[in-house]
Ligand binder design. Structure first.
Ligand SMILES: Cc1cc2nc3c(=O)[nH]c(=O)nc-3n(C[C@H](O)[C@H](O)[C@H](O)COP(=O)(O)O)c2cc1C
Length: 184
């Protein structure tokens, strides 16, 4: 008898929560947008999503060209660098939405092999005003996924490392620190 009582209370609480959801438009606070060539930035975006605890949505810019930013307070944009350039989808996204992005809390991160050039690569690939406006800019390391590259890219990638085997150098600690700054 006692057990039934508890179950009923829990059940009615769930109904109450659902009705609240139906009445109010669900407000998502944070959007993580990213583009990736071989999967590294996507992995990092998902790791970041796990570390941020508030309501959020994660969108691959390759599959979504038109994103309405109205419902987000915070937007995080991530991309990878190849031959000094960030993914064209990332560039298109911030160019199309720059005025609105400058009204939001912003985080920017990149993945790339050249850790000593992070500052330059950030500055070369994001508008100065967006970098200055961002509360966090991050470098999340890189991967070389040889299996996902075509022949020409594999040749270039081999020049960047002393191995031909795929490897991951994602810097978990940097993702954690970035998440901490974004949460403030
Ligand atoms: C052909 C090629 C060129 C690259 N050029 C750069 C570069 O200019 N600067 C850099 O920091 N990393 C460079 N990288 C490393 C990539 O940024 C790294 O592999 C990254 O993890 C890729 O992320 P993604 O899988 O999300 O696209 C290059 C990688 C390849 C395969």
């Amino acid at each position: 008898m006692f057990i039934i009582k508890i179950e009923q209370t829990q059940y009615s609480f769930e109904i109450y929560q659902k009705s609240l959801y139906c009445k109010k438009e669900v407000k998502l606070n944070t959007l993580i947008t990213f583009a990736t060539r071989f999967g590294c930035t996507e992995k990092c975006a998902k790791k970041l999503e796990e570390k941020l605890s508030n309501d959020m949505e994660i969108i691959n810019l390759k599959n979504n060209t038109k994103i309405s930013l109205d419902k987000y307070d915070t937007v995080i944009i991530g991309g990878s660098i190849m031959m000094g350039k960030i993914n064209s989808e990332v560039k298109k996204f911030y160019n199309n939405n720059l005025a609105q992005l400058l009204q939001k809390k912003i985080g920017l991160f990149i993945c790339g092999a050249l850790s000593e050039q992070v500052d330059k690569e950030l500055r070369d690939n994001f508008p100065e005003e967006l970098i200055n406006h961002a509360v966090a800019t991050g470098y999340f390391g890189y991967e070389l996924n040889f299996e996902k590259m075509n022949f020409a890219l594999r040749v270039l990638a081999k020049k960047m490392s002393d191995t031909e085997k795929s490897f991951s150098k994602i810097i978990e600690d940097n993702i954690t620190k970035f998440a901490e700054v974004m949460k403030r």
